[in-house]
Design a protein around this ligand. Structure first.
Ligand SMILES: [Zn+2]
Length: 460
């Protein structure tokens, strides 16, 4: 299995593709319970005419309820969508006529909302199960997507008519302790815990997205513990991770704790030990960047001007086209060309803050002055317009000092206005949950939580 370095990896489209491919490999090999990686172009073996040997035994074990033994003369066909195959081709490869294949697809189109499932868009690894009667007439189809084993799309012949419906599988939940120490990066550290970093890393990043930049802030020796839900199908096979219920990061510079809490309106957010929301006014960064190519400084040698100038912004190197988002809610106060900054966006936020995003390749379609934008809403794309030698984002961060905007260093600890707190009347309840979580954070990696988890948190 290739090891992908996490830190400082350029996210070029190519490496992103590789990244996606890598994630796919991990998930596929996990699902199939195989230690070895499947050869790149090898299509997933098709199981046909049920008597054939089962090349992927664990898969058969997944949550899908097995169809009751077929009646003597009917035939059951099970298979997977192969690389670059569409649904019609997949069915036809099972000796289903083109007309029958198209009829099945039409029924899916007719009866299932397109937002739930579009039969024109299928992926390698999606699984289907067909049942044919003795005249080779299709009696049923069960379809499960590779990335969502909980939902099944079923077509059945009832009174001679094919009808489609969607069915959701109930999953069994348990929570597990995941803890480790960083040697080089969070990705490898998560791997070493025995969990799947391709599925877990984003979740951990999300918990601390206001505080930790996992690409750049992680140091050797940093420790983390988290409690995450794992969801299993009927037969006990792992399906996916649920929420991270609590997490702790003990870093070289700073330490953080997060506790998931569902408020009275049903919103689920992370809070610190004192009950302050971890959502802050500003996100930690306006994009996923490769590295800081030029920090905030009063003296730097300018590559184009060939002289020392101040650089009162931060340059984040990232591939062309990388999404740039607003780090806080606000109102667009400038969008357009702005001299050396090239394509530039400025956003005014509450509390006298303003942010600027320069050298953009382009703006999000329709972005205009006066428009309100939300935190993490994409506003533009990394480029190299204006006075720039390569693709990067020039990021300006202003605070109001004596009634005037002043550029300050956004990578320093900004005095972030605290997040909302849990209302006083729920505080005792929150503390009780927090203490239950805290007790879990001391447990060994891999421990399964058998005690009841705080109510209102696990339920969905
Ligand atoms: Zn710059």
């Amino acid at each position: 299995m290739p090891v992908r370095a996490y830190k400082g990896q350029p996210k070029s489209p190519k490496s992103r593709k590789r990244w996606v491919f890598f994630c796919l490999l991990i998930s596929v090999s996990m699902l199939f319970g195989l230690g070895k990686e499947p050869a790149k172009d090898e299509p997933i073996a098709k199981m046909t005419k049920e008597s054939s040997a089962e090349p992927v035994s664990v898969e058969a074990d997944l949550i899908l309820p097995l169809t009751p033994p077929p009646e003597s003369k009917s035939t059951r066909i099970m298979g997977y969508i192969a690389n670059n195959e569409n649904l019609t081709e997949a069915f036809m490869s099972e000796d289903i006529s083109r007309a029958d294949a198209l009829e099945l697809i039409d029924v899916l189109h007719r009866d299932i909302k397109r937002s739930s499932f579009n039969p024109n868009i299928v992926r390698r690894g999606d699984r289907y199960e067909l049942e044919l009667d003795s005249h080779s007439t299709i009696q049923s189809l069960k379809y499960t997507r590779q990335n969502d084993r909980e939902t099944q799309f079923i077509v059945e012949r009832i009174d001679g008519q094919l009808k489609a419906r969607q069915e959701n599988q109930p999953l069994k939940r348990e929570a597990i302790i995941v803890s480790g120490r960083i040697k080089d990066n969070i990705w490898n550290a998560l791997r070493e815990t025995g969990e799947n970093p391709a599925l877990l890393c984003d979740k951990l990043e999300y918990v601390f997205e206001y505080y930790i930049d996992f690409y750049n802030d992680c140091r050797t020796g940093d420790q983390f513990t988290l409690v995450v839900e794992k969801l299993y199908g009927k037969s006990g096979a792992f399906v996916r991770y649920g929420d991270i219920l609590t997490a702790q990061y003990e870093g070289d510079k700073e330490s953080f704790q997060a506790f998931l809490y569902t408020d009275s309106k049903g919103n689920r957010n992370y809070y610190d030990a004192k009950g302050h929301s971890l959502q802050a006014l500003f996100l930690r960064k306006p994009l996923n960047f490769t590295r800081i190519s030029s920090p905030f400084t009063t003296r730097r040698f300018h590559p184009i001007l060939k002289k020392y100038t101040r650089h009162h912004g931060v340059d984040y190197a990232a591939p062309y086209g990388t999404k740039v988002w607003a780090i806080a809610n606000g109102k667009v106060s400038f969008v357009g060309r702005k001299g050396p900054l090239g394509n530039y966006i400025e956003i005014e936020h509450n509390n006298g803050y303003k942010t600027g995003y320069g050298h953009l390749k382009g703006f999000v379609r329709g972005l205009r002055k006066g428009q309100r934008v939300n935190q993490k809403q994409t506003i533009g794309y990394v480029g190299s317009t204006g006075r720039s030698t390569g693709p990067h984002l020039h990021f300006n961060f202003y605070a109001t000092v004596n009634g005037k905007y002043k550029l300050i260093n956004p990578t320093r600890k900004i005095n972030r206005p605290a997040g909302q707190s849990i209302p006083e009347k729920y505080m005792a309840y929150f503390h009780q949950q927090r203490d239950q979580y805290l007790a879990l954070l001391d447990r060994k990696n891999g421990s399964i939580v058998t005690t009841a988890l705080p109510t209102g948190v696990v339920a969905e």
